[in-house]
Design a protein around this ligand. Structure first.
Ligand code: UTP
Length: 479
């Protein structure tokens, strides 16, 4: 179909839904702009958008439906005093290791976010973060995948979800780094979907005369993108039935954790999540809750203050289980959620934002106040549909210190300090005590390569294989 023909059809479709203004500058566009606009228009499900406008923009929307009075804290597998001797955890570890050895597990990173808070120019995974070597987030994950492959003598394919905006730069980065030695065919990239932004009347906003203001459809878009891109079918044909899901901004994540995978397998869960006990009431983590007959994550911003503050007789927070966005997801469950005609669809959430756009005269506007709404899917919204969802406790340093902000909490600085705290703890475990400051951060920088150890256990194993003298008066890099 030529552009003119396609244009006539698209225009008619958009007019039917009261969105014909999207093409108001058509006659002023050059050929490239025209085809870009048509491509964007083709991605938009106008009936879905109309539904979202009426449920989320013109009224309050679905997630206020939670009955907060009936909310209960979700049960979880607590960390035992001694993981090495705890029969339950050891059984889980054996099950997880056996799934890994059988090649049933793929690593999966969601890396399609815009990273606006960090304000870094480039895909977030290319952000340098390790304390001495300045390895990027992607390199750290790659080395963990590589080390786990060796440890379990298996293949662990790695799937990375990108966005339209960062897809090419992400692929280029991996090519330039020779896929960090993992093999090009073992690392797969696919783009997530996009959603248009609308103003408070539900009208689609134009970013320029020839382009719709579109943004990634949230990390929950991963599920449908896995299906649409063919990645899901590829996994099925490779015999992979378990996905180890993590976010691109968290270099602490173990990437594949046999204990966690094992609990998932043993409980017959279709989606499992790691939890951290919240450090303080207002910590910005979603809460694992039981609502009626299902498990769900209630976002920190949606949780009523009196529930967030609730404590038991011993003073422990009642809703203590915080979500750290680490999941094990069964491939069959994603297939079920995304198959045609499935009634198990994730709800969209709205984010009210300042959205740069052009007005009806074609003049660029940079609003000082929020002027519109973006729509996002959240991956944890799959939990209510999951059979036997299982929540497993983890340790903060062992799994979670994200890079979200340019400074302060969850920033580059806090993450670099946390990595070094963790490495100093591992060294202390094998009898090497480094000097630390009052905040527990080593005075002289320390870094341990994931290829040497990516968890306390793998570190101990490598350490036990030989003797080494460390000069603790200088930065220590162990590889
Ligand atoms: P965040 O919620 O931190 O969002 O994403 P963000 O877009 O990266 O950052 P801000 O809010 O603009 O500062 C958490 C994880 O989910 C991924 C991100 O890449 C990150 O790994 N994500 C988020 C996606 O893959 N797609 C999205 O549409 C949103």
């Amino acid at each position: 179909m030529d552009d003119q023909n396609e244009f006539a059809k698209a225009k008619e479709r958009f007019e039917r839904f009261g969105q014909g203004h999207v093409f108001q500058f058509w006659d002023t566009l050059d050929e490239g702009e025209k085809s870009n606009l048509l491509e964007q228009a083709g991605e938009i499900d106008l009936a879905e958008l109309e539904g979202l406008v009426s449920s989320l923009v013109k009224s309050e929307g679905a997630h206020s439906e939670t009955d907060y009075d009936a909310l209960k804290p979700a049960p979880y597998e607590p960390l035992p005093n001694d993981i090495e001797t705890d029969p339950r955890w050891q059984e889980a570890k054996a099950a997880g290791e056996s799934a890994l050895r059988a090649g049933r597990v793929a690593a999966f990173t969601v890396a399609g976010g815009q990273g606006t808070r960090l304000g870094y120019d480039g895909p977030k995974g290319t952000f340098p973060i390790s304390p001495i070597q300045n390895k990027t987030l992607f390199q750290l994950f790659a080395e963990k995948v590589k080390a786990a492959r060796v440890r379990y003598d298996c293949d662990i394919p790695w799937y990375i979800m990108t966005s339209q905006a960062n897809h090419e730069a992400t692929e280029r980065f991996f090519r330039e780094n020779d896929f960090f030695g993992l093999g090009a065919s073992r690392v797969s990239f696919f783009r997530q979907g996009r959603m248009p932004a609308v103003d408070f009347d539900g009208k689609i906003l134009l970013e320029s005369k020839g382009s719709i203001a579109m943004s990634p459809d949230g990390h929950g878009g991963a599920l449908r993108a896995l299906e649409r891109s063919g990645a899901l079918s590829e996994m099925e044909s490779r015999g992979i039935d378990l996905l180890s899901y993590f976010q691109v901004d968290n270099p602490h994540v173990q990437v594949v954790d046999p204990y966690f995978i094992g609990f998932h397998v043993l409980s017959g869960s279709s989606m499992s999540s790691k939890m951290l006990p919240k450090a303080y009431e207002k910590e910005k983590l979603g809460h694992f809750c039981i609502a009626g007959d299902h498990l769900e994550v209630v976002e920190y911003s949606d949780m009523p203050d009196e529930l967030t503050a609730l404590r038991d007789d011993s003073g422990k927070l009642t809703f203590i289980a915080g979500s750290v966005a680490i999941h094990t997801v069964s491939v069959g469950f994603i297939r079920e959620l995304t198959s045609e005609g499935s009634s198990l669809s994730l709800p969209f959430h709205k984010a009210v934002k300042k959205i740069a756009h052009v007005d009806s005269e074609g003049t660029g506007v940079k609003p000082g106040e929020p002027n519109g709404v973006k729509f996002e899917l959240f991956v944890f919204d799959a939990l209510p549909f999951a059979g036997r969802p299982t929540i497993v406790e983890t340790t903060r340093l062992g799994d979670f210190s994200p890079v979200k902000n340019a400074e302060g909490v969850d920033s580059e600085a806090s993450c670099r300090a946390d990595q070094q705290r963790l490495f100093a703890d591992w060294l202390a475990d094998v009898g090497v005590n480094v000097d630390r400051d009052a905040d527990g951060v080593p005075v002289v920088p320390v870094e341990i390569s994931p290829l040497f150890g990516y968890s306390l256990e793998s570190f101990r194993e490598s350490w036990g294989k030989g003797s080494r003298e460390l000069d603790l008066s200088r930065p220590v890099y162990i590889e």
